[in-house]
Design a protein around this ligand. Structure first.
Ligand SMILES: *Cc1c(COP(=O)(O)O)cnc(C)c1O
Length: 394
């Protein structure tokens, strides 16, 4: 293969770009994970992670990608035959539900228009109908990475409260944490699932569950089989996490990524940057959509719920999103996300999370605009210019 000069652009909604200083930090020599100098880094990194989660509760970490944290969370909270309610929002909610079924849980689902996500009033109604209080937990994906829709977690909490239902609230924040506001304790979330390779700007390889007191009480009753993932096996260890070797290098990386978040002005500054960058992407797509007969447009139809970390872009009928994605990759070295799940339309996804700035986004959008032209997809002119105008004025 001939060399492609210059830096390839990575605009996948996960994994994300790893800052150079984080790459350097993970290149740490092996160290005893009980050595005081490592434990100091570990403790500081875990404390920083709790600040990002906005929780004072327990955090259990695993050497696994996000799927492992999903499984650990279910195995630690439930017993065979327990009923859980999944808010159906797209590919990731369906996959987590399939896992719950495979583990022996009875999964009910609350359907929703995937282009908007869950309706809190419908959740309240469904919980009110559960007179026998059989539903043990409501499971929600905060930011559905397949559709580019973010559900308001405070409203979900409100929906449980309105029904007066004691179910736990479990939330997957794998593609939102570190980019979109997550307030575990203030919003009464009982368990939060997160992972390393998206908003936290790290290599893939560790994921975690933050568990509040009600989750810990459920854990004490749970009978699903578990060993490596068993929180009770973790708690007596010095690290209060991991059963087996601790992935030390990832914690040097986590300490550095948390330092970068602080150096940017803290998590509020980071979420504000994600909101700003995402708005430019949306203005660009809105301009593209303005073509005779329709152009590429956002899958999400509720502007208040459009994700600040991923935009799912639907191609006009008769045009192939995968062809556009391939051109962007092969001609311009820009990696975009492919269509994930049964959206019923052809779409590609622009990831705009993690270590990113305006020129990186503009480069991605420009490559995509060129790919649309090359593929012959009708689109309104001036999408990138619309994003530039927004960033210049913001
Ligand atoms: C990426 C992702 C997952 C899966 O995580 P892996 O680390 O790939 O196992 C789960 N949920 C959401 C919302 C995601 O974006």
């Amino acid at each position: 293969m001939t060399r492609k000069p210059g830096r390839p652009f990575f605009a996948n909604p996960g994994p994300t770009n790893i800052p150079d200083s984080v790459l350097q930090a993970v290149a740490h020599a092996s160290i005893d994970f009980n050595a005081p100098e490592f434990l100091a880094v570990y403790d500081a990194a875990m404390a920083g992670l709790k600040r990002v989660l906005r929780t004072d509760h327990e955090v259990f970490a695993y050497t696994a990608s996000g799927h492992g944290a999903w499984e650990a969370t279910l195995a630690n909270l439930f017993s065979p035959g327990d009923v859980v309610l999944m808010l159906d929002s797209g590919y990731f909610s369906q996959t987590w539900a399939a896992m719950a079924r495979a583990l022996g849980l009875e999964v009910r689902t609350l359907g929703a228009d995937w282009r908007r996500g869950a309706d809190p009033a419908a959740l309240t109604a469904m919980l009110r109908e559960d007179a026998g209080r059989r539903i043990r937990a409501v499971l929600a994906v905060h930011n559905e990475t397949s559709t580019g829709v973010t559900v308001p977690l405070a409203d979900l909490r409100g929906a449980l409260d309105a029904a007066g239902h004691p179910a736990l609230l479990l939330v997957d924040t794998i593609s939102s944490l570190g980019c979109i506001d997550v307030r575990m304790d203030a919003w009464g979330i009982d368990a939060v699932v997160g992972g390393s390779q998206k908003g936290l700007m790290l290599p893939t390889g560790f994921s975690f569950t933050a568990a509040g007191p009600r989750a810990m009480a459920a854990h004490a009753q749970s009978r699903l089989p578990k060993y490596y993932f068993n929180w009770s096996n973790m708690l007596p260890r010095r690290t209060r996490s991991f059963v087996g070797t601790v992935p030390t290098s990832l914690f040097y990386g986590l300490a550095e990524s948390l330092r970068l978040i602080e150096a940017e002005g803290g998590i509020d500054a980071v979420t504000a940057r994600h909101a700003r960058l995402a708005e430019g992407v949306r203005r660009c797509i809105a301009r593209w959509s303005d073509a005779p007969g329709g152009g590429p447009h956002l899958y999400c139809t509720d502007p208040a719920r459009a994700s600040d970390t991923v935009s799912t872009v639907v191609m006009p009928a008769g045009h192939d999103a995968e062809a556009v994605r391939r051109i962007a990759s092969e001609r311009f070295g820009v990696a975009l996300g492919y269509n994930l799940g049964d959206l019923g339309v052809g779409a590609l996804r622009i990831g705009h999370l993690g270590d990113l700035n305006e020129p990186m986004i503009l480069g991605t959008l420009a490559a995509l605009e060129m790919a649309l032209a090359i593929a012959g997809v009708p689109h309104g002119r001036g999408g990138v210019a619309a994003a530039m105008d927004f960033y210049a004025a913001a």
